[in-house]
Structures are given as C-alpha cells and as structure tokens.
Ligand binder design. Structure first.
Ligand code: MG
Length: 402
C-alpha cells in the first residue's frame, strides 16, 4: 500500500476568523508555527505515510509556500501544495489530483484538528491495510441526540449505542474515493465528509475508535485549546549557607544554635542578624532556586531592623508561599549539615519532624545528613558551620521551554 495524506487547510472558517482578528484558523500561530503544520508533523511521524499534500486557499498559496520555505519544517517526506476550491469537496478533489500516481490509499485530514495522535492515525492506517474501503475515527456521543422535525419537535431519540461522532483523518482506497467524488452529484445534500460520499456509493465504511483530544477548532471558544497547555516539569533548587560561631568576646551578639527550627542545647552560639538557623537558610535558598526567585539576602536583607532575630521558619513560610504562587510544589528535601561540632545525629529525627511540619512534606521525603570536614577548614577548626540543601520540586509552566 502506498499511502499519502491530504491536509485540508482551505476552509474560510468565518465564525472564527472574525474572533481571531481576520486570520483563518488553519493559519493561526501556535507554538511558533502555523496551525496546519502541527498535524503535518504528527502525520509525518507515522512511518507508513509517504507524502503530504497541503490544500490552501488559492489566495494564500504564495504566502504559505513562502512561509513553509522559511520555516523549512524537516518532515522527512515529500510535501506538495494544491490550491483549494469553493467547497470542502472541491478542495479534497484537488488534493486527490495532487497525489503521486502510485498512491493507492489516502488519508484526508482537517488542519483544524491539530491534536490528532499518531496512535489514532495508525488505527486508521491499519484498518486500511486489513482491506477496509473507507475508515473513519469515531466516538460515541456523550450527549443524548434527538432527531427533530422542521418545527423543532422531537421526532425520535436514536439509540446512542448506534451513533458515532466522526473525526478525521479519514482513510480511503484512493480509487474508491475518486470514484465516489465523480459519482455523487455536487449538489447532493448531507455530504459533510468524505466517508458520506463512499456511503452514497454503497461502499462500506469502518469506524475505528477516535479520541476526545482530537478536537476541531471551530468556534472562538475553541481558541482556548490553543493557549499553550500547562507543562509540569521536575526542577531542582540548591542552597548553601554559612554561619560563624561567636568568639569568646562576642557572647552578647551570639544566638543559641537552632537547626531546622530545633534548638541544639550545648552547641556554640552563632552570629547572625536573624536567628542564625543555617539549615533553614540553605533550605530557603534552595526553595527560591526552584523558580529563580532570588536569594535570601535579596528578599530578607540583614539591614532590615524588622528582621532582627527573626524566626527563620517565618522566612521559609514566606518563600514557600511565593513558590506555590510560581507553580512550584516541593516533593523532596535532601539537607546536609557540615560541622565539627555539635553532633547532629541525636537531633536528626527532631529536625526531620519539624521540617515535615514546616513544609507539609511527609518525613519520608526529608533527608538530613551530617558530615565533618575532618578538622580541616573553618568548620574543622570549629569556627562555624555550614549547610547545603537540595530541594526537588514539580513546577507548572504555562509556556513551552525554549
Ligand atoms: Mg544565613
């Protein structure tokens, strides 16, 4: 089977064009490319498709050909362009005329369905390979459907199990579709898709499962579908902080040591403007790192008298709020205290528990590690201590990564 696909981008779509500022829907820009190119990329990912034909309105051919030449979409397939006609049916016919002579099977797809999946396309192709004359993707309607008469009175309610709302791509034996186009008069009523032409000719059309995501952009409300979908990605924030232990003559400026909001009795006091909780400070910076939110010194300057002796848990609270507003949800903490003194192990579980309370994370997601620097450097010489924090989080983006 030699299969090619015709992408119909010739419609006028006046309902939507006015709402979109005079641009026909298939030419709307979505993620930096015209809408019609999105389904083309998906079709090109299906290995059995050997060529693509774009059908554009005659007045748009030059512009779109230039646009495609500039975008140079590397679809890995021969691309051809055909001029559409007055009606959808005319456009399909011209698309069929542009198929390569060996194309014995064809998919007809509407460019206004940009979210079609390769799985759906392959279902249509596989049914053709199994010998179907025509194939349409369809879904059972979720609404109850009524057949009404000319006075809008309900005539009857068809059995929903026998109904299918059909989508594109629709697949055909090329010869049969051409035959049907020739056989059915152009003024025939109720011909709204290609499958109905085959049906009129007594050919069999098979329905394969469609997809609810394969929506057709038709009304201004549908434009909402085109705003970039949210994307949730794992992010990592890193924080680092150091505090000096108070010397023998600095006792009046020293703060009793707290780590992760837990008092560590008997430990050296630290010098700090705030309460000097080195572990919470590293954690605050790591949370900020998850959304490029600046650093603790920027947000809470030590020149601010209001922050004199402030409980660092309050700072963490503020930063977690900002993180939530930025779409960040921390899911795991890995914190390391580097100190010669005091010993951290006896306090580890109390710190985990308190951080669980402060962050709302289960303790199983909070790792506290401790190490010394083997009597080397300022921690080894007991001049101070440091902490390192790594926060793993999920961040919701509403713009694509570049
Ligand atoms: Mg600090």
């Amino acid at each position: 089977m030699h299969l090619e696909a015709v992408i119909l981008a010739a419609g006028q779509g006046t309902r939507l064009r006015d709402a979109a500022g005079g641009i026909s829907k298939q030419f709307l820009d979505y993620r930096g490319e015209p809408l019609y190119l999105h389904c083309a990329r998906t079709l090109a990912r299906c290995a059995r498709i050997r060529g693509l034909i774009f059908v554009f309105p005659p007045h748009a051919i030059e512009t779109e050909a230039a646009r495609l030449a500039a975008l140079r979409p590397d679809l890995g397939l021969p691309l051809r362009i055909a001029a559409g006609g007055e009606q959808r049916r005319d456009s399909v016919r011209r698309g069929l005329a542009a198929l390569s002579p060996e194309a014995d099977a064809v998919l007809i797809h509407d460019a206004a369905r940009p979210f079609v999946s390769p799985a759906l396309i392959n279902r249509v192709i596989e049914a053709l390979e199994r010998g179907a004359e025509g194939v349409v993707p369809g879904l059972p309607p979720t609404d109850t459907i009524k057949v009404v008469d000319a006075d809008r009175r309900v005539d009857f309610t068809p059995d929903r199990r026998r109904l299918a709302a059909v989508q594109t791509p629709q697949g055909f034996r090329t010869a049969l579709l051409r035959e049907a186009h020739d056989a059915v008069p152009t003024d025939a009523e109720g011909v709204t898709d290609d499958a109905s032409l085959l049906e009129r000719c007594g050919r069999s059309v098979l329905v394969v499962p469609g997809e609810s995501g394969n929506v057709k952009i038709t009304t201004p409300e549908d434009l909402a579908c085109l705003s970039d979908p949210e994307e949730t990605v794992p992010v990592t924030g890193y924080g680092y902080d150091v505090h000096r232990y108070a010397g023998p003559n600095e006792g009046d400026r020293s703060r009793p040591l707290r780590l992760g909001g837990v008092s560590i009795p008997g430990a050296p006091g630290v010098l700090a403007h705030s309460d000097g909780d080195v572990l919470l400070h590293a954690l605050v910076d790591a949370v900020l790192g998850c959304f490029a939110g600046g650093d603790i010194g920027l947000l809470f300057p030590d020149s601010d008298p209001a922050l004199e002796g402030v409980n660092s848990a309050v700072l963490l609270d503020e930063v977690l709020d900002r993180a939530a507003q930025a779409g960040v949800r921390p899911v795991h903490l890995d914190l390391t205290v580097v100190a010669q003194v005091p010993k951290i192990a006896p306090h580890r579980e109390a710190i985990r528990k308190n951080l669980s309370r402060l962050t709302g994370l289960d303790v199983s997601r909070i790792s506290i590690k401790a190490t010394t620097e083997e009597h080397l450097g300022f921690t080894g010489e007991r001049k101070g201590l440091k902490a390192v924090a790594v926060v793993s989080a999920l961040r919701r983006f509403n713009a694509p990564a570049r």
